[in-house]
Design a protein around this ligand. Structure first.
Ligand SMILES: Cc1cc2nc3c(=O)[nH]c(=O)nc-3n(C[C@H](O)[C@H](O)[C@H](O)COP(=O)(O)OP(=O)(O)OC[C@H]3O[C@@H](n4cnc5c(N)ncnc54)[C@H](O)[C@@H]3O)c2cc1C
Length: 379
């Protein structure tokens, strides 16, 4: 089968890597072509906070999907010889106020009840795990040792690179400007240099840009529109300069999410500061958010010597109801777009590989792109 994958973010790169493995049972090997407008990992995957987790007990089926994804990451990382871009360094979080403490205690109890590694720890253990961090006295502290983070850009590069070594063609610096069709069937893509790539199957893994590409064949995808006022999709993520006395793993303090950055600094994010941020956020607003993130980081890590290196505008590929959008949309067209894409990528790659070869996965039944579904409260 000739397969064109549009997009080499973590989703497209993990899928291309999977599709280029030796085909089972004598099936002919697919011819895989990946089209990437920039370079692998240059989209949302490269700016993501990128915490892999299944820290979401409310929906048992979605929790199972995410838990399976954590093992898929372990297996994948082991194949790469435990690379630096995969950091299973744990996640620590705490709550101070009454209601937040109750919610955290309930979450830990629900997750532990599901057999997920989750527990409450005391300040001494926090000091061992994250010696540079200060939590308020009396905080209720939770630790999730099975979680961690990924450096999204090098991970996507490594996966796309291995796909190429295994026979995929990688077309970078070229945009798919439209889906080509014959009747209802999608037959490939037209590139921005006028070339047509014919395919038996086109996979749309273009992240936040997927609705624009799909619309060229009249196909809709319910992603939150980043240009709508108050949209939850646009956000800011900061990285600091290299820091002495940083973090070991992922830390969620009230008002700040932080984890180690690739170059030795920290990645910082605070959802409350994204209110009012849109794609055209002024440089002054971006700078002010960066300064506030750094102030919060200095409160979290009192000895922090770093400064802000970079504040990036980014857009979450955010489905309207928060859940993945994965499945066939037309004959010859399969879509794989999701938030939590860093967490889910290696497991989705396995499931999508099965589905495009005729073995539909019940684990994805609830996540078809044409499902009815309204906005989910908090994604
Ligand atoms: C601030 C922030 C924090 C996040 N935190 C987390 C988290 O903690 N945990 C988690 O699991 N997820 C998190 N996410 C979500 C996660 O980062 C995304 O779900 C994931 O990166 C999406 O990967 P992707 O491959 O679908 O998209 P992308 O990485 O955007 O890749 C799509 C690629 O397609 C290319 N492309 C687009 N259109 C075309 C075209 N027409 N032709 C050719 N190429 C094209 C782009 O250049 C891009 O490289 C976060 C996202 C953000 C923004």
């Amino acid at each position: 089968m000739r397969i064109v994958v549009v997009g080499a973010g973590i989703i497209g790169a993990a899928l291309a890597d999977r599709l280029t493995r030796p085909a089972p049972g004598g099936r002919a090997q697919d011819e895989v072509t990946v089209v990437e407008e920039r370079e692998p990992g240059a989209g949302t995957s490269g700016t993501s906070y990128a915490w892999f987790n299944a820290n979401d007990p409310e929906d048992p089926a979605y929790h199972r999907l995410r838990t399976a994804a954590l093992s898929a990451w372990r297996d994948l990382a082991a194949e790469f010889g435990d690379p630096g871009w995969y950091r299973p360094a744990g996640n620590t979080t705490w709550a101070v106020t009454g209601e937040e403490r109750d919610l955290l205690a309930e979450r830990v109890s629900l997750l532990a009840g599901l057999g997920y590694p989750a527990g409450l720890i005391g300040p001494d253990r926090l000091g061992e795990l994250e010696p540079n961090v200060r939590a308020p006295q009396g905080a209720l502290i939770a630790h999730y040792p099975g979680e961690g983070y990924v450096h999204g850009a090098p991970a996507a590069r490594a996966l796309a690179g291995r796909a190429r070594e295994s026979g995929a063609a990688l077309v970078t610096g070229r945009r798919a400007v439209r889906l080509n069709t014959e009747g209802d069937r999608v037959t490939g893509v037209r590139l921005d240099d006028g070339r047509d790539l014919d395919a038996d199957l086109t996979v749309c893994a273009a992240g936040r840009h997927s609705p624009a590409l799909l619309a060229t064949a009249g196909v809709a995808l319910p992603l939150v529109d980043p240009s709508e006022p108050g949209s939850a999709a646009p956000c800011l993520v900061a990285a600091t300069t290299a820091a002495h006395g940083g973090l070991n793993g992922v830390v969620h303090a009230p008002g700040l999410s932080a984890r180690p950055a690739e170059g030795g600094g920290l990645v910082l994010e605070a959802v409350d500061l994204d209110a009012g941020v849109d794609e055209s956020a002024s440089p002054a607003l971006v700078q002010a958010v960066g300064a506030e993130l750094l102030a919060r980081a200095r409160a979290l890590v009192p000895g922090l010597t770093a400064d802000i290196a970079d504040v990036r505008r980014c857009v979450r590929p955010l489905p309207a109801d928060g859940y993945p959008l994965v499945g066939f949309q037309r004959p010859g067209l399969y879509t794989a777009v999701t938030h939590s894409g860093i967490t889910l990528a290696p497991h989705l790659a396995v499931l999508v590989d099965q589905e495009v070869h005729g073995h539909m996965s019940p684990a994805l039944d609830a996540h078809r792109p044409d499902r009815a579904g309204g906005p989910r409260a908090g994604w």
